[in-house]
Ligand binder design. Sequence first.
Ligand code: UDX
Ligand code: UDX
Length: 480
Amino acid sequence: MVKICCIGAGYVGGPTMAVIALKCPSIEVAVVDISKSRIAAWNSDVLPIYEPGLDGVVKQCRGKNLFFSTDVEKHVFEADIVFVSVNTPTKTQGLGAGKAADLTYWESAARMIADVSKSDKIVVEKSTVPVKTAEAIEKILTHNSKGIKFQILSNPEFLAEGTAIEDLFKPDRVLIGGRETPEGQKAIQALKSVYSQWVPEERILTTNLWSAELSKLAANAFLAQRISSVNAMSALCEATGANVQQVAYSVGTDSRIGPKFLNASVGFGGSCFQKDILNLVYICECNGLPEVAEYWKQVIKINDYQKSRFVNRVVSSMFNTVSNKKIAILGFAFKKDTGDTRETPAIDVCQGLLGDKANLSIYDPQVTEDQIQRDLSMNKFDWDHPIHLQPTSPTTVKKVSVVWDAYEATKDAHGLCILTEWDEFKTLDYQRIFDNMQKPAFVFDGRNVVDADKLREIGFIVYSIGKPLDPWLKDMPAVA
Ligand code: UDX
Ligand code: UDX
């Protein structure tokens, strides 16, 4: 029986290993983590992450060929294939601060693997890492190998949260990068034979190590670039009276462009996009390519611009001040169908409004008060450390309350901001909400989920990203 161990029981490691266990009954899969609470949650009825379909997969395999454990060393020792899916935060200090990846957790995982191994192993890079990390890891392993042979592979993850299980069942492609030596090719085949249990051969792409690593960064940069492109258009649409949804639809019907990832929004979030682009920028700079670095930096700049543009719209519409006004925030997760708040645009929007002294009442169906308070008081980039190593937030943000109902959040509010496209926000009783709000009552739709015309009939002043402006907003000072 082949044994697989995955270090890091997070959003990537957990679902990926659960699906491997489901699809490969003859493989024993152990998912290990240094966080005791995370492992306890994986072994309970309430899994540590919310992902449609995940519960069912875990229930079918857990205790049979899928195990969650904190005994990292034992399972690494026993494994033939070790996946590593630990955090790779952006450095906040020293060389490359604000851009480069901090590989501390990766390096210690590699040293531990070398330490406990008594048999040859394939080590698979699953976290997103800068190009040439595999080479560095390979050096750590071979210099500490005591005669044991390690083959390192890069097998980047392309799953998107909210559809992770679907993406794993039917991936567009699985990418495996390895050394171009006979041993490297043998390792690629060994991993390929795992995926080929359910993924068609032609969808399993094999490349050299660096192509695989770079493909991951490039794919995320291209996707984020589409969003920044459409968001840049949304600002122009507002200025000219065009409708960004109509423009995006027209553009997307060109089969060379395609319709996906063209939804204008308050900005992209998530653990990968910004981090991967920063990484790409850093690698370009280190390789003497400042023009290329500058090109990709713009994707992040437009994303930041979109968030601050949204805040400015809110403040300028409400007579240039939100001081001590109650603003309801509907949705805090970085997108619907997940409780994940990493790099969510809601953090910057809320901080912007708090900077203008607003009182916020926040509702998200999947995010806890504790998480929201932490996100709003944490330093940029601190989120990407194992939870028990994150600095505890010194104070709670007093002007923020977190409630468990959209009606409670909007009661007596002057305005409401929709920051996540949860389906339930489409079907709220907006007449009831309007009746209980201060007047004039404002809706700022950062995800284009509400029917603006209907809301205007009720009496709301409505701002929708990239849509022709409400007459009210037209008379307000132009936003930065
Ligand atoms: C993704 C990416 O793969 C990764 O590159 C990025 O840095 C974070 O996002 P993800 O699974 O979403 O990974 O991250 P997360 O949910 O934070 O899971 C990482 C897990 O690794 C945590 O549970 C953490 O406790 C664990 N970990 C971290 C270890 O087990 N050992 C360590 O030394 C460090
Ligand atoms: C992304 C990649 O899609 C995935 O392949 C990679 O492995 C990890 O990063 P994820 O972060 O889970 O996945 O979410 P994704 O669906 O890509 O959305 C990212 C952000 O972009 C979200 O904030 C989302 O709301 C936003 N978005 C997406 C838009 O604003 N408009 C769009 O048209 C699409």
